[in-house]
Ligand binder design. Structure first.
Ligand code: UD1
Length: 439
């Protein structure tokens, strides 16, 4: 069996009920795991989500000489001592995930030399890394793209700098913050991204001895230190996994307690769900989401944090397709992030894309269909739609979804959703029949 053959088989129509525990934040984990190799001492990281993106990055880190030991499913001990200076970082793992670019900032800071294969990841339009490179150059590095598609960044000496980011970029902010931590002098990053995972990576680096202030605001100040040391750190909960379960609860008119979250990080999502007619009750580290009856249309525009997250755009569109009235969803971060629209249309959704907006006319019910995930969050949107649909759906290309959702089918099943993993086409047919007859 190849991974590409795996599919989800989902029968819709059951309101989700119960409790779900959210994993650690994937996007924080990717920055933190890369930053962990910046010291030669041991680093213990807890609450690492067990998803394919983190496992892939850990394989890549291991392949360049670090040791990686899983103490349990969510706790990893990393030691970057064995990483050979000057060695190119290039293998099948590095090229599989976009966040491997964090190894440029990490290794440039640590060894003043990084040679890292260019990133892959989800195909959601052109995703340049010019701002990362500009930042490294301001810190004193020379950079070039060498044959075979790798980036080399090197410096005799790094130094602090004043860096203004033309566009708010999560990746550039984290990458520059890492390299600047080991660049002597003062660095200021202006127009920095403010996402919760920026704060988490900064907190982690500070636990390792870095001196970073202002993370979570748009001006981050870093005072370079000579070296970093070992640390123990626990990753924050995943805002997007939580948001996905919130949207899924609303789509199925369910009632779910979503545990291990930071409600503040979910405010943009909660407020849109409330506008749609759902109820969201916030507790210290959980939220309860409830919905019944008719959902109302609304307008959403994706923006950098604290605005509405682009990584929740597709999931919201999936539920707005079932709301009463016309909604407009505007994507202002990435181009080409509406590829799921054609898939939802196969289920009966009425969505028209005009420029960077999707105009959604609500329909009463989706119908089950054979669907294809086009990227991670688009895939999550299809799972939501399928759980709300009449009949049985199967979703192909779930390797995208597994990049960011831990034990997705198990978590949904525990809430009463009818979702199974099928390993190949024959199993898809078998599981579809099983689910269809399970009245
Ligand atoms: C990260 C997240 C991704 C999320 C995105 C926006 C990770 C691993 N991924 O992606 O899930 O969707 O933030 O919240 O954390 N840009 C440039 N030049 C650059 C870098 C970015 O022009 O050098 C542009 C991008 O094309 C995009 C915008 O800046 O239009 C924001 O991208 P960015 O925040 O960098 O996204 P990622 O870090 O790739």
């Amino acid at each position: 069996m190849s991974f590409a053959e795996e599919q989800y088989v989902i029968r819709g129509g059951k309101p989700l009920e119960g409790e779900v525990v959210i994993a650690g934040a994937k996007n924080a984990a990717l920055g933190i795991l890369a930053a962990a190799v910046m010291t030669d001492e041991k680093v213990t990281i807890e609450n690492v989500p067990y998803v394919s993106d983190t496992r892939t990055l850990l394989k890549a880190i291991e392949n360049i000489g670090a040791t990686v030991e899983y103490l349990d499913k969510h706790t990893v001990v990393i030691c970057g001592k064995g990483i050979r200076e000057g060695q190119p970082v290039d293998d099948e793992y590095i090229r599989r995930i976009r966040a491997s670019y964090y190894l440029i900032g990490a290794l440039l800071g640590k060894h003043k030399y990084a040679n890292v294969a260019l990133p892959g990841g989800c195909d959601i339009g052109s995703r340049p890394i010019d701002l990362h490179i500009k930042g490294f150059e301001k810190l004193g590095a020379e950079t070039e793209i060498v044959s075979g598609g790798s980036i080399v960044a090197q410096a005799k000496e790094l130094h602090g700098a004043h860096i203004y980011l033309d566009t708010v970029s999560v990746g550039a902010t984290i990458n520059i913050m890492m390299a600047a931590s080991l660049s002597p002098g003062k660095t200021t990053i202006e127009n920095a991204a403010k996402e919760p995972h920026i704060v988490d990576v900064a907190n982690f680096l500070n636990t390792m001895g870095a001196n970073i202030k202002g993370a979570g605001t748009d001006v981050i100040r870093v005072r370079g230190v000579e070296k970093l040391h070992g640390a123990e750190y626990s990753i924050i909960p995943d805002q997007i996994e939580a948001g996905t379960f919130m949207a899924m609860t609303v789509a199925t008119r369910g009632n779910v307690l979503i545990k291990n979250v930071i409600p503040k990080h979910l405010e943009a999502i909660s407020s849109k769900l409330v506008e749609m007619g759902a109820h969201v009750i916030e507790y210290d580290d959980s939220v309860r989401v409830m919905a019944d009856g008719v959902l109302k249309a609304t307008q959403i525009k994706t923006l950098p944090y604290p605005g509405f997250p682009t990584d929740m755009q597709a999931q919201m569109a999936a539920i707005l397709g079932l709301a009463d009235g016309t909604s407009i969803v505007t994507e202002s971060i990435f181009e080409n992030r509406f590829r799921y629209v054609a898939e939802l249309a196969r289920m009966g959704a009425k969505i028209r894309v005009e420029g960077n907006s999707a105009i959604i006319t609500g329909t009463k019910k989706y119908n089950g269909a054979t669907l294809r995930a086009t990227d991670l969050r688009a895939g999550a949107a299809l799972v939501i739609a399928a759980l709300a649909a009449n009949g049985v759906s199967n979703i192909e290309n779930i390797q995208y979804i597994k990049r960011g959702y831990e034990e997705f089918a198990d978590k949904v099943s525990a809430l009463g959703g009818m979702m199974k993993v099928a390993e190949n086409e024959q199993e898809v047919t078998k599981k579809k029949l099983e689910l269809a007859s399970n009245l």
